[in-house]
Write a protein that binds this ligand. Sequence first.
Ligand code: 5GP
Ligand code: 5GP
Ligand code: 5GP
Length: 208
Amino acid sequence: VLSISQEFDFFYFVQQWPGAYCDTKQSCCYPKTGKPSADFSIHGLWPNYNDGSWPSNCDPDSVFDKSQISDLISNMEKDWPSLSCPSSNGMRFWSHEWEKHGTCAESELDQREYFETTLKLKQKVNLLRILKNAGIEPDDGFYTLESISEAIKEGTGFTPGIECNRDSARNSQLYQVYMCVDTSGSNLIECPVLPRSKCGEQIQFPKF
Ligand code: 5GP
Ligand code: 5GP
Ligand code: 5GP
């Protein structure tokens, strides 16, 4: 029997720093529910292969169905806001994440489990607290990529992938943090392969 959903090796659990999404040349739009809190938020839970490649859009028959997650919506609005323009209530972003990435993990997690599992990971990996404990805070200064990476390694036990982007003045800044998770979605693991970082040696952690 052919299975529609592809197997995969691990997940990237990806969190974004809203300050770095919003201060680029492209800027951003706050959700209709208002400016999100100054905390990391979820970008997604992405199935990946050990060689660095990844599957996408694995099951065109599995559409995003918000009735399966109605009781999760308030937590999603808080921890998984969409900052792209035009301003949205998150449904478009969540639907995109389910259809592009979530459908590739259907052998492990159904749609409800996929969103529930992702929200739980956000509770487990409190990046802002971890960085603050290490004296790393959103401000006007620069930090070494190494100090940020080390702090997250100390705080979680695992080496993160760090992705940078550039603010409108072209400074390199902390944009996304990738943690690796086993295929059940429940346990952090050491990354089999790290994403390309695009960071300078000195990076900003801008206010939001
Ligand atoms: P970007 O071009 O912004 O790095 O990535 C665009 C999109 O490609 C992301 O939103 C994500 O859906 C996908 N993507 C980029 N890098 C990875 C990766 O390493 N693994 C997976 N699974 N998806 C990725
Ligand atoms: P990916 O395809 O990389 O998983 O997700 C990126 C897509 O989600 C893009 O099409 C982007 O426009 C959309 N998107 C909506 N809201 C957000 C947001 O808050 N952050 C990011 N990075 N992408 C968002
Ligand atoms: P996507 O495939 O996610 O729509 O867009 C591709 C790239 O553009 C991603 O790297 C994403 O972060 C960025 N992007 C998309 N929409 C926005 C936006 O509204 N504001 C910002 N700053 N970046 C965006």
